[in-house]
Structures are given as structure tokens and as C-alpha cells.
Write a new protein. Structure first.
Length: 248
């Protein structure tokens, strides 16, 4: 796909991977819709991205069906179409499954899986009107392997996102390609803050925070590569700091 002249919607684009991706897409010539639940961060990100190209902010809680439908409508209304969707919003908060209330762990699950499915659901309608499109889901290495993870519902959701991506590969027959990036620890502002706090408290860093960190821009690069590559469909790309991308 030639990104120039296309419209891209990036969820969770107020910071971290989402912001880096929005900036990269804008520099490639796309008009970028910044979707975020944090209005201040989202508006600031849109202003920054607008320095590189066209950008617009839409407030969206991606766990709410109405908000997801509205953010897709916003993209079509503001820029005339939706060509690219990056399902980036995610994360989890303590307590987690096994200790948390049903309401709490369900929201973690909704944010990391159901929100991705909602985004794809509404994007498909818009992309079918265009006759083509590219969707990239952001998963995590938390969803890989048999090892325990401190966020069970988060790891489960991310595993499901990778499986979902593979299941939807046949949509390439309609010109709509769905792929996935699967990063290990990324040096976002939030992660760097956590590392700083743990060190200040004299606590040992868990293994994921001791590893070589990926830069958000490295993840953005992998996302853009999948958008560009017309042969990529149902592909899951693992990203680990200091190592080349690996298709799994």
C-alpha cells in the first residue's frame, strides 16, 4: 500500500507506540486520526503529529462499542475515508484475574481483546466501501509460550489477538489485510517511569525490565512495514530489543 494520501486511525495514540506510529504515518503522507481516552494527551499528540502532516483527535474509550463506531465515523467525516487502522490501545492494571473483581478483570480483557475486535468490526465496513485497507494489531510477547505472566487476562487476550489475526487472513481476498506486531518490552514513558521508581526504591527489576528495551519508533517501523507490504496477511511479527524482527 502506498501510504501517501491515505487516512489512518491509531488507537491509544496519545503516547508511546501509538504516538510514534501516528508520527511515522504522517511523515509517510497519511492523514492521521488520533484516538485516545485521555483527551489532554490525545489533543497534544494530534497537534504534534499535525506538524508532520494532517491530524485530528477523537476522544474514544475503545472498550465502548459506541465510541469505536464514532471514531471510525470521525475518520470518514474528517478525511473522507478509512484506509489504515492500528489497534494499539491496551495494557492492564492491578489487581488481576484470580484476585480482582469480575468487573475489573473483565475491563482488562475488554481493552486488550474485545476492543481490537470492535475496531476491526467497524473498520471493515469503512474499508469495504473503499475496496481495500490495512489493519495492524499490537499484541505482546506476553501472549507467547507456556511461562506464567503476572497479568493472566492480559496475556490471554494478547494470545487471542495473534490467533484472531491469523484467522482473518482470508480477508485479503477482499483487499483488506490484517497483520500483527508482537513486541517484548518497549521503552515507553510509562515503562521508563516504572523502571525509575523501582530503582529508587532499591527493588530488583523483573526480567522484562532488565532486557534491552525496544524504542517505540522500532515498533512503529514494523507497523508501517506491514501496512506497506501488499503480500502480508495474517502475519505476526515478533519484536525483541537488539534482535531483527521475526515472523512467527
Amino acid at each position: 500500500m502506498d501510504i501517501a494520501g491515505k487516512t489512518a486511525l491509531v488507537t491509544g495514540a496519545g503516547a508511546g507506540i501509538g504516538l510514534a506510529t501516528g508520527l511515522r504515518l504522517a511523515r509517510e503522507g497519511a492523514a492521521v486520526v488520533v484516538a485516545d481516552v485521555d483527551e489532554d494527551a490525545g489533543k497534544a499528540a494530534a497537534e504534534r503529529i499535525a506538524e508532520a502532516g494532517q491530524a485530528s483527535f477523537v476522544h474514544a474509550d475503545v472498550t465502548r462499542e459506541a465510541d469505536v463506531a464514532a471514531m471510525v465515523e470521525h475518520a470518514e467525516r474528517e478525511f473522507g475515508a478509512l484506509d489504515i487502522l492500528v489497534n494499539n490501545a491496551g495494557g492492564y492494571r492491578q489487581p488481576v484475574f484470580g484476585e480482582a473483581s469480575v468487573e475489573h478483570w473483565t475491563r482488562n480483557l475488554d481493552l486488550n481483546l474485545r476492543a481490537v475486535m470492535l475496531g476491526i468490526h467497524f473498520a471493515l465496513e469503512a474499508m469495504r466501501r473503499r475496496g481495500a485497507g490495512a489493519i495492524v494489531n499490537v499484541a505482546s510477547t506476553a501472549g507467547l509460550g507456556p511461562e506464567p505472566h503476572p497479568g493472566p487476562e492480559y496475556a490471554t487476550a494478547k494470545a487471542a489477538v495473534m490467533r484472531l489475526t491469523a484467522c482473518l487472513a482470508p480477508l485479503a481476498g477482499e483487499g483488506i489485510r490484517i497483520n500483527c506486531v508482537c513486541p517484548y518490552t518497549v521503552g515507553t514513558e510509562a515503562v521508563l517511569q516504572t523502571i525509575g521508581e523501582l530503582k529508587a526504591e532499591g527493588r530488583d527489576l523483573p526480567e522484562p525490565l532488565r532486557a534491552e528495551l525496544l524504542e517505540p519508533e522500532e515498533v512503529a517501523e514494523a507497523i508501517v512495514d506491514l501496512v506497506r507490504d501488499d503480500s502480508a496477511a495474517g502475519r505476526v511479527v515478533k519484536l525483541v530489543g537488539g534482535k531483527p524482527p521475526e515472523v512467527i
